[in-house]
Structure formats: C-alpha cells, structure tokens
Design a protein around this ligand. Sequence first.
Ligand code: 2AM
Length: 186
Amino acid sequence: MPTDSATYRLFFAVWPDEPCARWLDEQVEHLHHQYGGRQTPPRQHHLTLAFVGEVAHSQLTIVEAIGRQIAAQAEPCRLKLDKLAVWPSGIGCAAPTRTPTRISQLASALNAALKAQGLPYEERRFRPHITLLRKATPAEDAPATPDSFALLKIDHLSLVVSRLTRSGPLYQELRRWHLGPIQDGS
Ligand code: 2AM
C-alpha cells in the first residue's frame, strides 16, 4: 500500500505491438552480437515520449490528469524505425531517420504541461529511440542499416513507473490512454 512519503519514478511512453516487438527482438540480436552490452529484457522495449522523474505520491493524480488531457488532444500516427545506433553513452537503440511532427509535438506538449504544473520534466532535446542495449561498446563502425523496418503505432500513451532493481530497471504501466477524443469516459 503506497504511503504519503512514497515517490515514483515516472515516464510517459508508447509500447510496440506484437510485429514491432518481434522486429525489435531481431535487432537486439544483431546489435548485441556486434557491440556487446546488456540487452533490454524482452517485453520491456518502449519509446519514451517524456521522462518525468521522481514525483511524490500526492502528485500522481496531476501527472495522470496531464496524460489523460494530452492523449485526448493528440492524433494517432506511426513512427518508422529504420536505423540502429550505438551512442557514446553505451546505449544501443533502434531509431527513426525522420520524426513526424506530430510525435515531436506530443513530446513537447507533455513536457510543457509538466513544467506548467511545477513538476520535473526533461529539458534535453527529444531524441526518439528505443533502447535495446545498455553498456554497449561504441565502435568506429556505425551499425549497418537494417534490411527491414518496423512501424511503431503511436496510438496510445502510457504512464509508466520505473523501479530500479539489482538486475536493472523494471517497468510497470500504471495507466494507458488511447490517443484521440475520450470515448469511454476514462
Ligand atoms: P534510455 O532508455 O535512453 O535510458 C526509463 O528510464 C525511460 O526514460 C528510458 O526509456 C530512458 O531512456 C528514459 N529517460 C529519458 N530521460 C531520462 C533521464 N534523465 N533519466 C533516466 N531515464 C531517462
């Protein structure tokens, strides 16, 4: 049972559907073979739209209200994942060559709403990616362009809590809203 002093490490994200998740699983294998590192466990791949950070239990309802409102104002779209990268930070990821404006706007709207409510928000430029590896060894040779791509359906918004454990972060979806006008009163 949460107490008033409990804090939650939160972020807003989108989860891949089955075909996209399978494509990501294949790419993890390629990338891991070449760059090593720790693989993101299966079923934990996600696209972070806005990282919130630590918030108090009492602020949870405000974050939920932001998610519900922004999701209702957004329109579904798709993100074409067509490249792999290994960043100097050791993150190996799948990413889009091009980011549709709707997705950048969704990320900006979330961050602006968090800021307006005095909540923590991400100030760094939005760089859409799905983390596949951590602690990978970057090399001079960038990963080859995959011979296929996946379409990530941006049709919902999830509020996720991240719990740091000894074996890495564990993610739990707290809420999920469909993008577009509210239909079921949720
Ligand atoms: P990453 O995979 O590139 O680390 C949960 O930690 C999710 O929030 C991850 O997708 C993580 O991205 C993302 N994230 C974005 N900004 C973060 C930050 N400042 N600290 C931790 N995670 C962050």
